[in-house]
Design a protein around this ligand. Sequence first.
Ligand SMILES: *Cc1c(COP(=O)(O)O)cnc(C)c1O
Length: 384
Amino acid sequence: MDTNKKLGVNTICTHVGEVKDKQFKGAVSPMYLSSSYEFLDVDVKRYPRYFNTPNQEFLSKKIAALEGMEAAMIFGSGMAAISHMFLAFLQKGDHLVVQNTLYGGTVNFIKEEFPKYGIEYTFTSGYKAKDFEAAIQENTKLIHIETPSNPLLTITDIRDVTELAKSKDILTSIDNTFASPINQNPKEFGIDLVMHSATKYFGGHSDICAGAVAGSEINIQRIWEVSKNLGGSLSDMTVWMLERSMKTLGLRVKAQTKNAFKLAKWLNKHNNVSKVYYPGLKSHPEHKLATTQMKGFGAMLSFELKPELDSHKFQKALKLIKSSMSLAGVESTMISPHLTSHALLTPQEREAVGISDQLIRFSVGIEDVADLKEDIEQAMNDII
Ligand SMILES: *Cc1c(COP(=O)(O)O)cnc(C)c1O
């Protein structure tokens, strides 16, 4: 497949990065499980931990194409992608500016591991450009953002952050997991490195753990130099499954996004709901900004139940929607952030960041909206 041609997103999902079955002309990529390849007189020395087996190399092209980047790498998890990326661009004495509202695992990695490497960091006090500017130091080498953020779906102005970073010769990275490349392509706004937990929308069926980073050839090469030592590659069996999943990425995410928009509007008017957080709603503080940098508003939303309704009992009363810590599968799931991602904070700290016990994060799937509404309604009625 000619990746230089401007293909539609669903065509990229279906075709870019296929491994051609030259021997038997099968319709799908063969799975190459070999961990040992010809060594003498070959251009490429292939080895799974070098991230260059045929399945790894080719699926990387699909991910790069989806983000409009030159190159990409696939990892054993989203955290492997983030940690390898950070360690490739930050060394002893360097400083990272990182958004305050961030995936919990990333926060832990920074707080627990950076001191061992002598890498400095500052969490911003907010998610506006001025908050990033205030956190920059002489030795800042990278700014890392997450938008939409978990679980309140705040929107960071990607253009503002990249303009600021470029004026100071600082690289930028984004965790684009929540939006997926279907709803947001940060490269268009000047981001250097785009990372994904492929465990989420890329996999989409809650049966794969993987990660990815996309960027320029030079930046991906720089990550590779570190990754070959750290060794966070993904098994080719899973790479193959991920390719299979990604063929429907566009269809899935568009259907999920459509459902989420309908449910956000419905919940927003619901008597038992006091607040809905979804960038597609006009009441969202950064709704206008979201329309300028997102192609769709995503399939993640959060809402607060009225104080009379116990959020724990509500989730236990659901029959169709599962309670699950992870997200982005074709099946709808809900979770209370105060029991999971933000469980380690004190109630006061949680209140300060806007996470109440009534808050529920909703990962919307591909089911029929009518059935999802009915499930929510019956669970509410059950506990009232
Ligand atoms: C899940 C997640 C990660 C981490 O990915 P793993 O595959 O679990 O390592 C990173 N960022 C975001 C936004 C996530 O949702």
